[in-house]
Design a binder for this molecule. Structure first.
Ligand SMILES: [Zn+2]
Length: 657
C-alpha cells in the first residue's frame, strides 16, 4: 500500500495571466526552508492551474506569459534537497486558456448554454471530458513526466462530468446505444466518460512510472468509485469546514473512506473561508481541530494554501501551520499504521443513490447521535465485510435491493443486530418490508403529522412519560405478534389545514393511535419515523435519546463508556504491531460566528474525564501521549477505567496490552 506523509501542504497557484512578475520574489532556499521550518514534508505544487497556465519551461503555448523562471523545477529541486516530497498538480476540468481557444470543448447544458461563468461574470468554465481537450491534458501530463522524471506523484483536479449535451457527447451516446433524451442515460454516460479518463491516464502514467502516486480529486469520496479505485494510489479527502463542506463532512466521509483499503489524508485549508481567500488565516484552534481530527480518524494531514504570484510564501501562514505541524509530528508515533476499533456500521445512503446532499441529512443525523453518544462506528455499504460490526444502522431510506437484502439476511443469521427507521428495509417498490424477521409490517404513510411519541417502560428511563412531538411524518406499522412495542404513537385532534387549525403551530396531542413508534423483535429495532434526518433537521435531544436507548438494548457493553459531554468526540485506534490501542479525545466546539460559516476560536478544557475502554484483559500500562505520563487504571467487568486529568483540545490515552 502506498503510504502518505503526515504533514502536507496543497499549494494552490491559480494565477491570472494579467498579473506580472510571476515568481519574481521566489527564492528556492527560502521556499524550502520555510516549509521545513513549519515541519512540512510534502507539498503539492503546480504544473497547470485553473487558468490553464503552466509554471515551468514547456513546449506548450500555455506557459504563464509573465513567468520569470522555471518555477516548478526550482521548487522540486529545493524541496527534494530537504527530503520534502512534491506531487504535481494538474487542473483538468478547468482550463481557461483552452476554454477561450476552444469553446467547442466546453460542457453544454440541455439549453445549449456552455458550462460555467456567464460572459460578463468572472469565474471558471468546465471542459467536457469527452472532447479532444483530454488529448491535450494527457500530452501535457506526459511532458511533465519527462521534464521532472522521476515524478513523485500527480494530483489531478476538477474531475467530473455533468450531463453534457455537446456534439461530441451526443455522438458518442448514440454510438454506444444510449439515449441522450433520457437523464439516466446521460448520467450513465457521464460516469463512463470520467471512468475512462481515469483508466486512460493511470495506464499512460504507469507505462512511465511504476510507483508515482496518483489521485483524482472531486472534492468528495464517492461510493460509485469502487470499480475504478484501482486507478488511485491513495485518497485525499478535501474538506474545508469553513469553505462549504461544513464540520460534518470530514468525519462522515473518512468513516467510509477508511474502509476502502488505502492510505488517506484530510485536506483542510489555512484560509478563514475557502480556497483563494488571500491574506486570511484560520484560527489556530480551528486548524488544530482539523489536523488532530485527521489523526483521530487515522488520516494524514494536508493544509491548503495559495502561493502569492511573486512566489513568496507567507511567513504568518507558515508560523500558523508550523505551530500545528510541530504538535502533529510529536503525535505521529501513536497515529501511524492504525486500524479503527469499531463495532457499529452506518449504512451510507449515498451508496444507494439516496443522498439528498454531499452530506446526507439522515447520515448526518445518525453521525451526530453516535458521535455525541461516544460510539465507535464506520460508514459502510453492501461491499464491506459486515462481520466485524455488532450493530448495523439502516437510516430512514435504505431500500433493499436483492444484493443488500441478501447481505442483511446473512448478517442477521450470523447473530448481528439491526436498527432501521422509516422506509429502510422496504423493497425498492416501497410496498412493504422484505427483511426477514422485521418487527412490524407496513400499513401506509401516517395520516397525522406532526404526531407524538409516548415511551413505554424500556425507553421511559431516557424519555420520561411525557409525550414528545415528532415534527416529520412517519409510517403506520403493524407489529408482529411476538414483537415488543417500546413506544407508541399518539395523534393530534386533527392535522393543521385551512378547515381546522389550532394556535400558532401543530395541533395538540389527543389520543393513542394504536400504532407503534418503536418496536423490537429479537435483534431488530424499528422506528416508524425518519428519526435520523429528524435529529439533523430539528435537533431534538429526545430523538437522539430514543435511538441511543434502543441501541443500548442491542449493545449493552459498548467499546467506550464515559461521562464526557456530548461536545467531546472519542475515537479508538489500534496499532496492532505495537500491541496497543490509542484513545483520542477531541474537545473543540465549532460555533456559528458569522452568517454563513462556523469556526472555532477557543479551546475549552475538560478536567477529570472518566473513560472506560472495553478490554479483554487488564492493560499492562496506560499513559497519556505524547507526554508519557502514566494514568492509574482500574480493571473491572471487562473495562479498563481511567480518569483523564485534562483534555486541552486533543488528548491521546494509550492502552498497552
Ligand atoms: Zn460533452
Amino acid at each position: 500500500m502506498f503510504k502518505l506523509r503526515f504533514r502536507q501542504i496543497h499549494l494552490d497557484f491559480h494565477t491570472s495571466e494579467q498579473i506580472p512578475g510571476i515568481g519574481s520574489r521566489f527564492d528556492p532556499e527560502e521556499f524550502a526552508e520555510t516549509l521545513a521550518r513549519a515541519r512540512v514534508n510534502s507539498v503539492t505544487a503546480f504544473s497547470k492551474c485553473h487558468h490553464g497556465l503552466i509554471y515551468h519551461e514547456t513546449r506548450f503555448e500555455a506557459r504563464h506569459p509573465h513567468l520569470q523562471r522555471n518555477l516548478l523545477k526550482e521548487q522540486i529541486d529545493a524541496c527534494h534537497a530537504r527530503d520534502i516530497r512534491v506531487p504535481i498538480y494538474i487542473s483538468v476540468g478547468f482550463d481557461e486558456f483552452m476554454a477561450r481557444r476552444h469553446p467547442e470543448w466546453l460542457e453544454v447544458d440541455g439549453n445549449g448554454r456552455r458550462s460555467g461563468a456567464a460572459p460578463l461574470q468572472p469565474g471558471w468554465h468546465k471542459l467536457c471530458f469527452n472532447s479532444p481537450y483530454l488529448d491535450y491534458v494527457l500530452e501535457q501530463t506526459l511532458e511533465v513526466m519527462e521534464l521532472f522524471a522521476p515524478v513523485d506523484g500527480f494530483f489531478f483536479d476538477i474531475i467530473g462530468q455533468g450531463q453534457c449535451h455537446c456534439p461530441f457527447c451526443l455522438d458518442s451516446m448514440r454510438q454506444e446505444g444510449l439515449n441522450p433524451e433520457e437523464e439516466a442515460d446521460r448520467l450513465r454516460f457521464a460516469k463512463r466518460v470520467v471512468d475512462r479518463f481515469k483508466r486512460r491516464f493511470t495506464a499512460a502514467i504507469r507505462e512511465r512510472s511504476a510507483d508515482c502516486s496518483i489521485f483524482y480529486n472531486s472534492g468528495h469520496i464517492y461510493p460509485d468509485w469502487r470499480p475504478i479505485l484501482d486507478t488511485y494510489t491513495h485518497l485525499e479527502l478535501e474538506s474545508l469546514p469553513s469553505g462549504g463542506w461544513g464540520y460534518l463532512h470530514f468525519p462522515l466521509t473518512v468513516r467510509y473512506a477508511r474502509t476502502l483499503g488505502f492510505d488517506y489524508l484530510a485536506m483542510t485549508g489555512k484560509f478563514h473561508k475557502s480556497w483563494g481567500d488571500f491574506s486570511s488565516y484560520k484560527n489556530l484552534p480551528a486548524l488544530e481541530y482539523d489536523c488532530f481530527t485527521a489523526l483521530a480518524y487515522g488520516a494524514k494531514c494536508s493544509v491548503g494554501d495559495q502561493l502569492h504570484p511573486t512566489g513568496q510564501l507567507s511567513r504568518a501562514t507558515y508560523d500558523l501551520i508550523g505551530a500545528v505541524y510541530r504538535q502533529v509530528e510529536a503525535k505521529e508515533p501513536w497515529c501511524d499504521d492504525v486500524v479503527p476499533e469499531v463495532e457499529i456500521g452506518l449504512f451510507n445512503p449515498e451508496a444507494v443513490g439516496n443522498a439528498d446532499a454531499r452530506v446526507d441529512t439522515s447520515a448526518a443525523g445518525a453521525q451526530r447521535m453516535l458521535t455525541e453518544g461516544h460510539h465507535q462506528f464506520d460508514v459502510i455499504d453492501a461491499a464491506n465485510d459486515w462481520s466485524r460490526y455488532r450493530v448495523i444502522l439502516l437510516p430512514d431510506k435504505i431500500p433493499m435491493t436483492e444484493e443488500i437484502r441478501g447481505k442483511v439476511a446473512e448478517y442477521l443469521a450470523g447473530g448481528g443486530s439491526l436498527i432501521t427507521s422509516y422506509e429502510s428495509g422496504m423493497g425498492p417498490d416501497k410496498r412493504g418490508f422484505v427483511i426477514p424477521g422485521m418487527p412490524a409490517g407496513f400499513i401506509e404513510p401516517a395520516e397525522f403529522s406532526p404526531d407524538f411519541v409516548v415511551a413505554r417502560d424500556p425507553l421511559a428511563e431516557a424519555l420520561g412519560d411525557a409525550e414528545q412531538v415528532m415534527y416529520d411524518r412517519g409510517i403506520l406499522l403493524k407489529p408482529a405478534a411476538d414483537a415488543e412495542v417500546l413506544a407508541d404513537i399518539w395523534n393530534p385532534y386533527f392535522n393543521r389545514t385551512w378547515e381546522h387549525f389550532c394556535s400558532h403551530s401543530h395541533t395538540p396531542c389527543e389520543r393513542p393511535s394504536g400504532a407503534p413508534a418503536v418496536v423490537q423483535r429479537g435483534r431488530i429495532i424499528q422506528f416508524a419515523h425518519p428519526i435520523f434526518a429528524m435529529y439533523q433537521r430539528h435537533g431534538v435531544r429526545a430523538y437522539k435519546q430514543m435511538v441511543l436507548s434502543a441501541l443500548a438494548r442491542l449493545l449493552p457493553d459498548p467499546l467506550v463508556k464515559t461521562d464526557a459531554p456530548s461536545t467531546a468526540h472519542l475515537t479508538v485506534n489500534r496499532q496492532p504491531e505495537q500491541r496497543r490501542s490509542v484513545l483520542h479525545i477531541l474537545h473543540y466546539i465549532p460555533e456559528r460566528r458569522a452568517n454563513t460559516l462556523d469556526t472555532i476560536e477557543d479551546v475549552i478544557p475538560l478536567y477529570h474525564l472518566r473513560v472506560a475502554l472495553k478490554r479483554e484483559q487488564e492493560p499492562a500500562r496506560v499513559y497519556l501521549a505524547p507526554s508519557g505520563d502514566e494514568v492509574a487504571c482500574t480493571y473491572r467487568d471487562g473495562y479498563a477505567e481511567v480518569v483523564v486529568p485534562e483534555v486541552r483540545g486533543h488528548q491521546m490515552v494509550v492502552f498497552e496490552d
